[in-house]
Design a protein. Structure first.
Length: 71
């Protein structure tokens, strides 16, 4: 199946000058990615913004706990 895996012969590896970059062997999947860019971008942006909020919350929690550490 293209884009997934490949069992290459040593002759094929030799032919490609022993370069083991996977893309040289597996190729690209034969599927077209049909999607609504605006919808996907909006969803990913919202997810990213939520992750930034979570990062801020976790950083504050870490800082709060570090103050409690006595060395």
């Amino acid at each position: 199946m293209k884009g997934f895996c490949c069992s290459a012969s040593i002759d094929r590896v030799r032919e490609l000058d022993y370069v083991l970059t996977p893309g040289r062997y597996v190729g690209l999947a034969d599927e077209e990615d049909d999607f609504d860019f605006k919808e996907r971008f909006t969803r990913l942006k919202a997810e990213f913004e939520e992750q930034l909020k979570e990062e801020t919350r976790l950083n504050a929690l870490i800082a709060e706990n570090l103050v409690k550490v006595k060395i």
